[in-house]
Design a protein around this ligand. Structure first.
Ligand SMILES: Cc1cc2nc3c(=O)[nH]c(=O)nc-3n(C[C@H](O)[C@H](O)[C@H](O)COP(=O)(O)O)c2cc1C
Length: 170
């Protein structure tokens, strides 16, 4: 009997999947939102542009992350695309269980005019978004945002790269 090449392959090793997916080199960004004056933030590399008309981008948020429910509630968020000298910020905003109070201290930031969410002064570029759609993505949600505003605070900085589970520079 021949196997159906389109059928699900539950026998794939998750470690191999991570290794293969990790060979897609990405940038690194911090997504932020604010609720009742409290800042929330999370490091992501599952970020991409989606559409030009309308202007849409997406990021994927793990459902168990604290950031997940907060950003779905606020519906407004900002993305700061990181330069390679903000690796420490990437590591900090990927640290589960860190105190939320004062968590942005240490990295100069401002408030996006369209969302009130924090954007980092050292970022190569920033986007402010309103949630356009949320799709189920297994253990993640795929959060699609309509772009409300764009800035390029540090347009000539070298980008932070994530490849094979490690940070790199161009
Ligand atoms: C380089 C890098 C990229 C990451 N990308 C994502 C991502 O795209 N989506 C996601 O949900 N988590 C991603 N994470 C993990 C989250 O940043 C991490 O789980 C974070 O601590 C969640 O924060 P919270 O639970 O305090 O909200 C990434 C971590 C690193 C180091």
């Amino acid at each position: 009997m021949t196997s159906d090449p389109l059928s699900a392959r539950p026998d794939i090793d998750p470690a191999l999947f991570r290794e293969v997916a990790g060979r897609f080199a990405t940038g690194v960004a911090i997504v932020t939102t604010v609720v009742d004056g409290e800042d929330h933030a999370m490091t992501v590399n599952a970020f991409t542009s989606v559409s030009l008309e309308p202007l849409l981008v997406l990021f994927c948020a793990e459902k168990v992350a604290r950031f997940h429910d907060v950003v779905l509630d606020t519906g407004r968020w900002a993305v700061s695309i990181l330069p390679d000298d903000m690796r420490d910020a990437s590591e900090w905003f990927a640290t589960r269980g860190r105190a939320l109070d004062g968590q942005l201290q240490g990295w100069p930031h401002t408030r996006g005019p369209a969302t009130g969410a924090a954007t980092f002064t050292g970022a190569i570029a920033t986007l402010e978004c309103r949630t356009h759609a949320v799709h189920d993505g297994g253990d993640h949600s795929i959060v699609v945002g309509e772009v409300l505003a764009l800035e390029t605070p540090a347009p000539h900085a070298a980008p932070l790269i994530y490849y094979k589970g490690e940070y790199r520079s161009l």
